[in-house]
Ligand binder design. Structure first.
Ligand code: ASP
Length: 412
């Protein structure tokens, strides 16, 4: 049985097992079950996290040095940025559009949420300017600190520098270049081993999610949850595949078949960072993206390109405004979109990261940050789908970028 099929079956069995556990709440069976599932999922996530930083570092160093050597860095860079901006903008428009279309939050009684809001501790004010300063201060730091703390963005930046320097030095640094390439191969080999555990890990993650999340709170915010999830799925199932088909000349079925393992892992882990090793593997091995393109685009996209998060944050801001009975002007909605774009750039690829940067979006138009208390109870559940779309976007962009650079090479 192929790994893809195993993962799919494991996901379904995981959901069933999670449901079975919910039938025995508070019993010894329940606690023992959750304990066992936690152990298995921690091993799986732990292994992925262990490989993440060395993998990101080596794949960007190797990717950039190969791109530079082929003289493609400028092109790849431009196409990647253009793709990220386009897909995120479309996601934002969809988020705002659907929130308007379905009038999410209008007519819901805000008093219902008053207690949750008053109990919620608001973190320090997060404005786009302070966020940007923080962003810079956390990015240009001692690389060893970045490695030790698992600061992905800082590692990405340092790796970009090393990659460019390696090419700049030419033959002088051949040994380090070869070393990096071999190190990267070792990482990929180890990811192959971890992938063998993926079915078990996904089974445990999904069973635990279903058994421990309070699904009933969904009903209070059902309309919003359905609208956001539906729109996110629309973006992932219609908009992105259409762009892939037009600009990447790849039929969506091939794409979904080839990326299934990564997409299910994104759903189960709610973390694009934890999924990155699999995204890289799927893009290279199943979609035929050349290692130098995938090695550059995917780690970068994991950190910076989050369509699902952007869509969610824009729609959620409008939802909160409607809930409060405020009508945001067109200008304010543009501010929401721009802030949501920055917020999605800065959100790390970990579960519920979008909730933290959401504060910035709310504050940008004067909405109370405490209002995220309303969304928190359902966030872990909504996070599953938006992470899938975040990861899907990265792999899709790697296909488009690879195709365009190949074409340009053939022309020159
Ligand atoms: N969990 C998301 C991700 O890892 C980020 C978010 O919370 O929106 O991509």
């Amino acid at each position: 049985m192929s790994l893809n099929t195993q993962i799919l079956i494991a996901a379904i069995l995981g959901l069933i097992a999670g449901y079975v556990l919910t039938l025995f709440p508070g019993t010894q069976f329940f606690h023992a079950g959750i304990y066992g599932l936690s152990i298995i999922s921690s091993i799986f996530i732990g292994l992925l996290k262990m490989l993440l930083i060395p993998l990101i570092f080596s794949s960007i160093v190797v990717g950039v040095s190969n791109l530079q050597a082929g003289g493609q860095l400028g092109r790849v860079w431009k196409i990647t940025v253009a793709c990220c901006v386009t897909t995120t903008t479309l996601a934002l428009i969809l988020g705002i559009g659907s929130a308007h279309l379905f009038d999410v939050g209008k007519g819901v009684d805000i008093a219902m949420f008053q207690q949750a809001m008053s109990e919620h501790q608001t973190p320090d004010t997060l404005t786009p300017t302070s966020f940007l300063t923080n962003f810079i201060q956390n990015t240009l730091i001692n690389p060893f600190k970045a490695f030790a703390e698992g600061n992905v963005l800082a590692v990405v930046v340092f790796a970009l520098f090393i990659g460019v320097a390696l090419v700049h030095g030419g033959d002088r640094f051949r040994t380090v270049r070869n070393l990096s390439a071999q190190f990267f191969d070792i990482m990929m080999l180890m990811i192959g081993w971890v992938m063998k555990l993926a079915p078990l890990g996904i089974f445990a993650l999904l069973a635990k999610l279903l058994a421990t999340e309070d699904i009933s709170v969904l009903s209070r915010l059902a309309e919003f949850a359905v609208v956001v999830t539906g729109t996110t799925i629309f973006h992932g199932a219609v908009v992105l595949p259409l762009l892939l088909w037009i600009f990447g000349k790849m039929d969506p079925l091939t794409f979904f078949k080839g990326t299934r393992a990564a997409l299910i892992t994104a759903f189960a882990t709610s973390s694009s960072s934890a999924t990155m090793p699999l995204s890289l593997k799927c893009a290279q091995e199943n979609l035929g993206v050349r290692p130098q393109t995938a090695g550059f685009v995917i780690p970068l996209g994991t950190q910076l390109n989050m369509d699902g998060t952007a869509l969610y944050e824009a729609a959620a801001a409008l939802f909160i405004a409607n809930l409060m009975g405020l009508d945001l002007s067109l200008g304010q909605q543009v501010i929401v979109c721009l802030t949501a774009m920055i917020a999605s750039l800065g959100a790390p690829g970990i579960p519920s990261a979008g909730m933290v940067t959401m504060i910035m979006v709310l504050q940008s138009v004067g909405l109370p940050a405490e209002a995220i208390a309303i969304l928190l109870p359902i966030d872990r559940l909504l996070d599953t789908v938006r992470t899938v779309v975040n990861v899907q976007g990265d792999m899709m962009i790697s296909v488009v970028v690879d195709r365009h650079t190949r074409e340009m090479e053939q022309q020159t």
